[in-house]
Ligand binder design. Structure first.
Ligand code: ARG
Length: 468
């Protein structure tokens, strides 16, 4: 067999069984790394030229050839098949077709092991920047919606039982805070992703006098792996990313679950816009919350990728093992899924849900979620809180038996219960007042919420400045 048909060195006499070739190949998915593979190879070639390991002329010829491949790919003309095995071989083979034997010099002082590690890190660095922008868009949608609903009240729940009413803005801003941590976390992962393994070789470094700082600088890495064995076999950054992505998804999934509940007839707090809801193929009256349901479903998929990669790594002896080829599909899918979910949820928060004021008003008026405020009223007038709490518990029980709400009690009835009650009790337990009064730091009081919106906007503006 001729050398051009066979990937491997002359140690091999015959080619792979076709089924094994298909089994072994990663070109079907690692073609996604192509732009990064080209950029990494150009940096490597330039470094080889600068250090005199190859001539400057050869380095430039290789660089031009690689740029030609980039142009071909952009025109959709670079479509390597299974026989190329992976993106790295595909590029080297095409390069040699384009520029002749000089192309064969590119792989001097390099292995696919440090090469693929470099590619994956460059890929992930890019995608993390993109995802951080997506998180920002989501946060912006939340703040805008919150700003329109500072004084809209919604029941606040614990144990999914109505607890105390809150400002709807306050509720939405809780998700803003989760997203803020997500944004920060992605930044931290980006920093640990941005370390260069290039020059670690197959596992032990190289006999050539390469300059790893040079390639790291060219590629915008913040530093280089200090240990070559670690450099070629570390996937911590990918696991950290998937963990950060899992947290993003978990947050989106919780919000999804709420939107699903809110849009049910039982809650009836929101109506889904036609642009973000779907119908049933059989029940004409239905409007289904497919978007949040899909986000909730896809969350499991991203969690699975995190688990998959952890398990992939746990038994690997140093250094590179082919198992590591299995990191890519999971990583790419986690990136794409998280990206798509952030986008869909942002659209949904921007235009997909409309809050039903009348339903919300009824929900915060027709229950006992102001009971704590009655206890607080007494406690503020010198009654020990626990005593007040027990007394209000009895009041609620009496009201329930009489099919009344707290606001329906007459002043006489109040004063019979405790002489400290005066006619300001009615104002004190009105839903708007109940919420407004929770003005402790981070609470739902309108003043607090207005400040929180300003603080949130300041965070977003900060991030828009070029320094971050
Ligand atoms: N396609 C391989 C991967 O994704 C590239 C590295 C192969 N290295 C090796 N020693 N077989 O991991």
């Amino acid at each position: 067999m001729t050398q051009s048909q066979k990937t491997w060195s002359d140690r091999f006499e015959s080619s792979l069984h076709p089924a094994i070739a298909r089994f072994n190949a990663s070109i079907g998915f690692d073609i996604e790394l192509l732009p990064y593979d080209l950029t990494g190879s150009i940096a490597h070639a330039q470094m080889l030229g600068r250090t005199g390991i190859i001539s400057a002329e050869d380095a430039n010829r290789i660089t031009n050839g690689l740029e030609q491949i980039r142009a071909e790919a952009e025109r959709g003309e670079f479509t390597p098949g299974i026989d190329a095995e992976d993106v790295h071989f595909a590029v080297e083979r095409r390069l040699t077709q384009l520029i002749g034997d000089t192309g064969k010099k590119l792989h001097t002082a390099r292995s696919r092991n440090d090469q693929v590690g470099t590619d994956v890190r460059l890929y992930l660095r890019d995608r993390i920047h993109h995802l951080r922008d997506r998180v920002r868009d989501f946060q912006r949608a939340l703040v805008d919606l919150a700003a329109a609903h500072v004084e809209t009240l919604i029941p606040g729940y614990t144990h999914l039982q109505r607890a105390q009413p809150v400002s709807l803005a306050h509720h939405l801003l809780a998700y803003f805070q989760m997203a803020q941590r997500d944004w920060e976390r992605l930044g931290e992962v980006a920093a640990r992703t941005n370390i260069s393994p290039l020059g670690c070789g197959a596992l032990a470094g190289t006999t050539f006098a390469i300059d790893r700082d040079d390639t790291a600088r060219q590629l915008g890495f913040d530093g280089i792996y200090a240990n070559s064995l670690d450099g070629v076999s570390d996937r911590d950054f990918a696991i950290e990313f998937m963990s950060a992505a899992s947290l993003i998804m978990m947050h989106l999934s919780r919000l999804s679950e709420e939107v699903i509940l809110w849009s049910s007839q039982e809650f009836g707090f929101v109506t889904l816009a036609d642009s973000c809801a779907t119908g049933s193929s059989i029940m004409p009256q239905k409007k289904n919350p497919d978007v949040p349901e899909l986000v909730r479903g896809k969350t499991g998929r991203v969690f699975g990728h995190l688990q998959g990669l952890l398990v992939l790594m746990k038994g690997l002896p140093l250094a590179y093992n082919k198992d590591l080829q299995e990191d890519k599909e999971a990583l790419f899918d986690a990136v794409k899924t998280t990206d798509a979910c952030l986008e869909a949820m942002t659209i949904m928060m921007c235009e997909g849900i409309e809050f039903r004021q009348a339903r919300l008003d009824a929900a915060v008026t027709e229950d006992f979620s102001n009971a704590t405020d009655v206890a607080d009223y007494l406690a503020a007038r010198g009654v020990p809180f626990r005593e007040a709490y027990n007394l209000v518990g009895r009041v609620v029980r009496t009201c329930l038996a009489a099919n009344k709400l707290l606001k329906d009690l007459t002043l006489d009835e109040w004063q019979e219960l405790h002489p400290a009650f005066a006619d300001d009790i009615y104002a004190a337990i009105a839903p708007q007042q109940v919420v407004a009064a929770r003005n402790s730091a981070g609470g739902t009081g309108f003043e607090q919420v207005r400040q929180a919106i300003l603080a949130a906007r300041a965070l977003l503006d900060d991030a828009a400045s070029p320094s971050s």
